[in-house]
Design a protein around this ligand. Structure first.
Ligand code: FMN
Length: 306
């Protein structure tokens, strides 16, 4: 097989390969490290952190759907201080880039978390803007360009030298408007997509299956939506993209890269097969080799639209 350089540079963060795992689907990596050495991956987006520890939402909070799952886990996590004290030291001993994922109730909370993470040793901060703005009646930050920009500015102001990546919500009319606002506000990268809001109902009890009534859809069902959004965003902004949403196989990851992603995250697929990200990495290398590429990065933006 032809040798392929698998390394990629995501906003200054150089990874040995473009495969990352998506926030909330891989914990902090400990359970998966029992199956294989997680330094096989380019990076790990950690479970979403909040300023204070959270128990998450009451069950049921995960439901299967055709080719996917709906979840309303609700950011169960040890809080940013707990992460820095108990998870980060272990993670830093692994040869893998560490991307901390944060969620806040106010722009100030995002700023405080970035400040705490700025000298903690994480390699990047991913800012989840699919969170309700408590000051604006619960409207999600990521659905209004000005609100997303405000969070981006706060994060950049407090993150020091750590690159800031904003994770875009697909639950919007025009994702390019949000991406543009985020780039203008100084973001170093964007990641997309987060889950798509959905609902299931038990016909006999007439109750929604999830306790929170609605949840976020992820898994193979969302792949075409995610590829389309990555393509649209890549045609709009110059900052690099971490593509995700339904990636389960190498061919899915290659589609994401051709659409314009520099790197790709595997999420829900990790639940069905803990080895999925490693298989995606190996398969991407094989695809690049079969196409005669010397660098996997040559796939990025390579789609030839009709
Ligand atoms: C159970 C579960 C928990 C998640 N938790 C988070 C989270 O804490 N923060 C976040 O930004 N995204 C979270 N996500 C969204 C994923 O990171 C990802 O954007 C989405 O699931 C699409 O990718 P996938 O189809 O490969 O899973 C979560 C998704 C799932 C399924």
């Amino acid at each position: 097989m032809k040798h392929v350089d698998m390394s990629v540079n995501l906003a200054g963060m150089v990874m040995k390969n473009p495969v990352v795992v998506a926030s909330g689907t891989y914990g902090f990596g400990r359970e998966f490290n029992e199956f294989y050495d997680i330094s096989a991956l380019g990076g790990i987006c950690c479970k979403g952190l909040t300023l204070h520890p959270r128990e998450g939402n009451p069950p049921p909070r995960i439901a299967e759907t055709p080719s996917g799952i709906l979840n309303s886990v609700g950011l169960q996590n040890p809080g940013v201080d707990g992460f820095i004290a108990h998870e980060l030291p272990w993670l830093r001993q692994r040869d893998v880039k560490i991307i901390a994922n944060i969620s806040g109730n106010t722009p100030e909370e995002y700023g405080i978390m970035c400040e705490k993470l700025s000298d903690s040793g994480v390699d990047m901060i991913e800012v989840n803007v699919s969170c309700p703005n408590v000051k604006c009646g619960g409207l999600q930050y990521g659905t209004v360009p000005a609100m997303t920009a405000e969070v981006t500015e706060q994060a950049k102001k407090h993150a020091g030298n750590v690159p800031v990546m904003i994770k875009l919500s697909p639950n919007v009319t025009d994702i390019t408007a949000i991406a543009r606002a985020v780039e203008d506000a100084g973001a170093d990268a964007v990641s997309l997509i987060n889950t798509i809001r959905g609902m299931r109902i038990d016909v006999n009890t007439r109750r929604p299956i999830l306790h929170m009534n609605t949840g976020g859809l992820s898994g193979p069902a969302v792949l075409p939506v995610a590829v389309r959004m990555v393509w649209e965003v890549a045609n709009t902004v110059k900052i690099p993209i971490l593509g995700m949403g339904g990636v389960a196989k190498a061919e899915d990851a290659a589609q994401m890269m051709l659409a314009g992603a520099t790197a790709v995250a595997v999420g829900t697929a990790c639940f069905a097969d803990p080895f999925a990200p490693v298989k995606v990495r190996d398969g991407l290398e094989a695809i690049a080799a079969a196409q005669g590429l010397s660098r996997v990065g040559e796939l990025t933006g390579g789609v030839r639209p009709w």
